[in-house]
Design a protein around this ligand. Structure first.
Ligand code: ATP
Length: 613
């Protein structure tokens, strides 16, 4: 049977059965049976792209997250905006009288709304028809046209099928089977081929004969590669033990966007970790890459960062893409976006090294590795060899494109001979308020998607426990999934000036979170202040950031003691000048009166005054 004859309903039956199966082996077997006995026409891509929608790059994006999808469904079903069903869809996180149990799961809430309209009879939609309609949905920006496509889908499906279609659109099927298992059941070489091409269509077509093994394919210029990853370690000693007997380089962990730069003559691509081509970097970087990467074809692996020209250092976390866009639009800024091509060279004729590329508003890049040079992949060479390759191939450009050279100036990486060397470098990054360090085995190859411990990361995530910050809960956000319909994150403020500082994922155990939410619930105000804050809070005007509920006044609230990254983040969303980074609740302080919480001045000084162990 082909995709033009296999009904989508068959795939849905498999999904439903997989949900019931507890054991992963059973889920895998179902998928194998589907491929072996049902989907025999071998148009595998048509079906597999529906099972792994997050890996499908053929269709582009739908531009539909839950809230936009809710609005389109309201139109597709011709619901009045204030009708109970429309409100259920729009307020899918909050739940309500009828959708309490499903609150927080958009597809389930939508299936309930659809149930009484569609019933259980399927319209016989085939896999091919569904793909054609999803293509239409992705190809239009127009909300009305999107609603029209959804309306046609509703006519051809039942509520159960629509539920799965919505999950496909949201790119999360929650089937409890890993992408690795899907690939493995499809073909033993599928995962490896996907890792070096990030092209699901190519994988499905090239491996159509599911029993025929393929030679391992190497990386290619123009095709994004899944990056080498770092394993987390708890401290320097642990890291040192793991790399026992190896030659180790310790590098600064830069905090920008991981980008792979593919140069093919004058054609330059900037692939992110989810294999999207970020063309917004071209304006600033492409000329520099063309001129300063001395080979025609090359892949660099690195980090895109913002270079603050006035402070002569990398700016703190965030804002790369906005700055790159501003640069493209010709706006002036004191900051520059840089590319640190500093981890690895992926493709070059047998060379590699650690390289750090910086760039400016007009040239945004930093690189740390080289993966491909000339006509050859160099990922099989050692990191030490890649480093020296990188030094030959990349001509650094001060403040624009730099390579990570151990013990260079500024010192972004060092060769470590002892755990003390690692600790010293780590301490330096903490003092410098950098994100942390990455330790690398200089003898290691670069392996797509590998997190086995060739690279280790160590981060000073939290401030010393004795330096907790006491902040006041002033609002709450409803959660999704298990915590749908219940507050699961908090907006916190500084008491004296009622300045907002940032939001907090609770991190509390369920029981503790439930009793905190129960205590605050009588003071939640949803409807009185749908958009504007109660007047006792000062919230920045240009921010659209609003919690789902406000606490009606600070004196009804509770203080939380929190730990946060020692480096707070400049906040353009909240009134307080800094937001919190990686905050974590250490204690709920029912014992403290609300006005005992932190004041703004202390908070401003906190990043400087807080110390690490
Ligand atoms: P994290 O949130 O800690 O960055 P992650 O899951 O995004 O984790 P990991 O593989 O765990 O990624 O950590 C490595 C990441 O650190 C890389 O993807 C890259 O973006 C970033 N990075 C910054 N500096 C370096 C460096 N010198 N070498 C390698 N990776 C670096």
């Amino acid at each position: 049977m082909t995709d033009a004859t296999v009904r989508f309903g068959l795939l849905v039956s498999m999904f439903q059965a997989m949900l019931r199966d507890r054991a992963a082996v059973k889920k895998r077997k179902r998928f194998r049976t589907f491929l072996d006995r049902v989907y025999t026409g071998r148009e595998y891509f048509s079906a597999i792209r529906l099972i792994l929608p997050g890996l499908d790059r053929e269709r582009g994006t739908y531009g539909l997250k839950e809230s936009a999808l809710a609005a389109c469904l309201v139109d597709a079903l011709g619901l009045a905006k204030d009708s109970p069903d429309a409100l259920r869809l729009i307020n899918w996180r909050k739940g309500g009288a009828r959708s309490g149990a499903n609150a927080g799961n958009f597809a389930l809430v939508a299936a309930e709304v659809l149930q009484c309209r569609q019933g259980m009879v399927s319209g016989g939609l085939t896999i091919k028809e569904l793909n054609d309609m999803l293509d239409q949905l992705a190809s239009t920006e127009n909300k009305g046209e999107k609603a029209a496509v959804l309306s046609s889908l509703i006519k051809k499906t039942n509520a159960l099928e629509m539920k799965w279609i919505l999950m496909i659109i949201l790119k999360d099927l929650k089937l409890g089977i890993s992408e690795k298992s899907i690939f493995h059941e499809f073909h033993l070489d599928a995962e490896d081929l996907f890792n070096v091409t990030c092209d699901l269509k190519l994988v499905c077509e090239k491996l159509r004969d599911r029993t025929q093994r393929q030679k391992k394919q190497d990386i290619e210029v123009g095709k994004p590669v899944r990056p080498q990853l770092a394993m987390r370690v708890s401290d320097a000693m642990n890291a040192w033990k793991k790399l026992h007997g190896k030659n180790v380089v310790v590098e600064c962990k830069f905090d920008g966007d991981r980008i792979q730069i593919h140069k093919n003559g004058e054609e330059i691509h900037y692939f992110s970790r989810n294999f999207l081509d970020h063309t917004e970097y071209a304006h600033g970087m492409s000329n520099i890459i063309i001129q300063n990467v001395l080979v025609d074809r090359c892949i660099l692996d690195g980090e895109m960062l913002v270079w603050d020209t006035s402070a002569q250092r990398f700016a703190e976390f965030g804002s790369n893409q906005e700055i790159a866009k501003a640069a493209r639009e010709g706006l002036e800024s004191y900051r520059q976006v840089n590319y640190v091509v500093s981890f690895d060279f992926l493709n070059f004729c047998n060379m590699s090294f650690l390289l750090l590329l910086l760039s400016s508003l007009t040239d945004p890049d930093v690189a740390f590795d080289i993966l491909y040079v000339g006509d050859t992949s160099v990922i099989h060479q050692s990191l030490m060899e890649r480093h020296s390759l990188m030094q030959k191939v990349v001509r650094p450009l001060k403040g624009r494109l730099e390579i990570l050279v151990p013990n260079g100036e500024p010192c972004w990486s060092v060769l470590a001979n002892s755990v003390e060397d690692v600790e010293r470098f780590f301490k330096g990054t903490v003092e410098n308020r950098d994100e942390g360090i990455v330790l690398k085995d200089l003898g290691s190859k670069w392996e797509p998607s590998d997190r086995s411990g060739k690279w280790l990361k160590l981060k000073p995530d939290y401030i010393h426990a004795g330096s907790d910050l006491d902040v006041l809960i002033i609002g709450g956000y409803f959660g999704s999934g298990r915590r749908g319909g219940e507050v699961s994150q908090f907006l916190v403020g500084l008491a004296e000036l009622s300045e907002t500082a940032g939001y907090l994922k609770s991190g509390l155990a369920d029981e503790e979170l439930n009793s905190l939410v129960a205590k605050l619930k009588p003071y939640f105000r949803k409807n009185e202040y749908p958009k504007s804050a109660p007047h006792c809070y000062v919230v920045t005007n240009n921010s659209k950031e609003r919690p789902d509920v406000w606490i009606e006044s600070p004196d009804k609230s509770v203080i939380l003691s929190i730990n946060s990254d020692i480096r707070t983040v400049k906040s353009e969303v909240f009134m307080a000048p800094y937001g919190l980074r990686f905050p974590r609740i250490t204690q709920v302080r029912y014992d403290k009166p609300w006005h005992d919480c932190l004041d703004l001045q202390y908070f401003i000084n906190a990043p400087q005054s807080l110390s690490m162990d």
